[in-house]
Ligand binder design. Structure first.
Ligand SMILES: Cc1cc2nc3c(=O)[nH]c(=O)nc-3n(C[C@H](O)[C@H](O)[C@H](O)COP(=O)(O)OP(=O)(O)OC[C@H]3O[C@@H](n4cnc5c(N)ncnc54)[C@H](O)[C@@H]3O)c2cc1C
Length: 499
């Protein structure tokens, strides 16, 4: 393991810190004008480079619709070898490279980042979409290329009665994209994040080497890439654990007026794991007079067996008369956000700006944090989608011991609450700026309490110093891995960590 990092020690010997070397000296030689990009020396590709303005413009956007950086070109890879070639070429010619989990024309699949994390100014963006083959499914795992969507893996696995253990709330995200950030969902309370359920990865490092890694084979690379926000390698293929799938879900929506009772019940459910799925939200009272709370929990089953609803609800403090209990297929539950997304698209709110923020709060500090937040939060600060319906604000707990990836940073407490303000404001630059400023304030408050951000989202002015604080105590691991696997700091500048 030590040998993997020998080059970093040389770099450190040359200057005070490894990060300073890579950052300032490389920045001087970096191409900054798209007009000066010259790809004539690039070896022949199986795929193609697209330099037309329409493609580059499409890849200079993402779901956030806030940041925009235009690359010189977009690589539409015809093979993994193309990615190796472009990374090697980029190293030699001072170009940055980033993978876009989902972008581009003609069907307007877009990167789901909020703040330009997958964009590159004057470098190369790689479109993950052509790498969309599910190579193999066995009784307990799937081997998938990076551009496969979770929705596609779900359906392929379902044909064999299997499922990925952890699904995102929105299923049409790329596998490489969510493994690069973590991938949290309602079963994280049982199985950790999606990155915790990866067995093997194929990665193109920033040196342009194609490497297979796992917890036992090149483990430093494996752990630097999972939740590593694209800094050390580009995931091209992943072997993902699958588990047997039930066919049905009994879904419980439980309402609370009182924050402390809500948090107490959430922690009870986290502890006894009586539900398979556990999430929750901050929601409005029916009369729109203020905020209250809703647990969303599900028990999976396959008839004729079925869950005992009374036992599942025993001892909880919700307003029982308001509880909504429904049954639906496991697939319908997994894809439950699709109808909402369809509606948002139909009213034009999918394509406006999305200054989202996602934070991980220490459980012991969550009550104070949320009560302060809701004291002033207005529905307009989330975005009013249609009269009486605001954008979601997620609030649910997870067990930090289950999130085992070194770079998926969580508070130092046994339990944490995931808070996400999934804002859908109208197209008003002043409101959007105000939301970004609020995101920053909420992050600063969170960090002061020992909480962390989720690396998706839009938090402005996030400096390398903020990143250093965020990744502690794994910052040195990340710096070592960066300097070892991406010594010229070619990869994924949009995160603003080393660039
Ligand atoms: C509607 C919606 C719902 C969401 N729901 C959830 C949810 O339930 N749970 C959750 O955890 N997240 C959720 N997210 C956030 C999501 O995980 C991130 O947006 C993530 O970035 C995945 O999006 P993507 O696949 O488009 O990847 P991108 O946004 O394109 O990529 C994310 C980052 O990883 C890098 N990257 C992408 N692919 C690779 C690769 N193969 N190798 C190395 N680096 C790579 C990119 O350069 C970028 O920096 C949601 C986002 C949206 C918009």
């Amino acid at each position: 393991m030590k040998a993997e990092f020998s080059r970093r020690r040389v770099l450190q010997g040359l200057a005070g810190t490894a990060i300073a070397v890579g950052w300032s000296s490389l920045a001087r030689s970096r191409i900054t004008d798209p007009a000066t990009c010259d790809f004539t020396e690039l070896p022949p590709l199986d795929g193609e480079l697209r330099v037309d303005l329409a493609t580059r413009t499409a890849f200079a956007d993402d779901f956030g619709h806030i940041a925009s950086r235009k690359s010189c070109t977009v690589l539409v890879p015809g093979s993994v070898k193309d990615i190796v070639k472009i990374v090697r070429f980029a190293r030699r010619h001072g170009l940055h490279v980033a993978m876009s989990g989902q972008s581009g024309t003609p069907d307007l699949r877009e990167s789901h980042s909020n703040f330009g994390q997958g964009q590159v100014h004057a470098g190369v963006v790689i479109d993950a979409k052509p790498l969309s083959t599910i190579r193999r499914i066995t009784t307990d795992s799937a081997v998938v290329e990076t551009g496969v969507l979770w929705s596609q893996l779900f359906d392929a696995a379902a044909e064999r009665g299997l499922t990925p253990p952890v699904l995102t709330d929105y299923m049409h995200l790329s596998i490489g994209g969510t493994l690069s950030v973590g991938g949290i969902g309602g079963t994280t309370s049982r199985f950790g994040v999606q990155a915790d359920n990866v067995l093997v990865l194929e990665v193109v490092t920033g040196e342009g080497r194609l490497v297979t890694c796992s917890p036992t084979q090149s483990p430093n690379l494996f752990h630097a890439v999972l939740a590593g926000v694209g800094q050390c390698g580009i995931i091209v293929c992943a072997k993902i654990r699958l588990i047997p799938a039930e066919t049905m879900a009994r879904v419980f929506h439980l309402f609370y007026e009182d924050l402390s009772l809500y948090l107490q019940d959430q922690l009870t459910l986290l502890g006894d794991r009586r539900f398979h799925f556990l999430e929750g939200q901050i929601v409005r009272h029916a009369a729109d007079t203020g905020w209250r709370y809703m647990i969303e929990a599900a028990a999976y089953y396959t008839p004729p067996a079925g869950p005992d609803s009374a036992a599942l609800l025993a001892g909880l403090n919700d307003n029982r008369s308001e509880a909504r209990i429904t049954s639906q297929t496991y697939r319908d539950f997994a894809f439950r956000t699709d109808p909402i997304v369809g509606r948002l698209k139909s009213i034009g709110r999918w394509s406006t700006a999305h200054p989202w923020v996602s934070l991980f709060l220490p459980a012991s500090k969550t009550a104070d944090f949320i009560s302060t937040l809701v004291a002033t939060l207005t529905p307009e600060e989330l975005g009013v989608l249609v009269p009486g319906m605001h954008a979601p604000a997620l609030l649910y707990p997870f067990d930090t011991a289950l999130t085992r990836q070194r770079l998926f940073r969580v508070p130092h407490e046994p339990a944490a609450f995931h808070l996400s303000l999934l804002r859908f404001p109208p197209a008003d630059p002043i409101q959007i700026q105000a939301m970004l400023a609020q995101n920053r304030r909420l992050y600063d408050q969170t960090a002061a309490l020992g909480g962390r951000r989720y690396v998706t989202g839009a938090i402005p002015d996030f400096t390398p110093v903020d990143w250093q604080q965020h990744f502690q105590p794994e910052w040195d691991f990340l710096v070592d891995a960066k300097n070892h696997f991406d010594p010229d700091h070619v990869l994924t500048p949009g995160q603003g960590i080393f660039h």
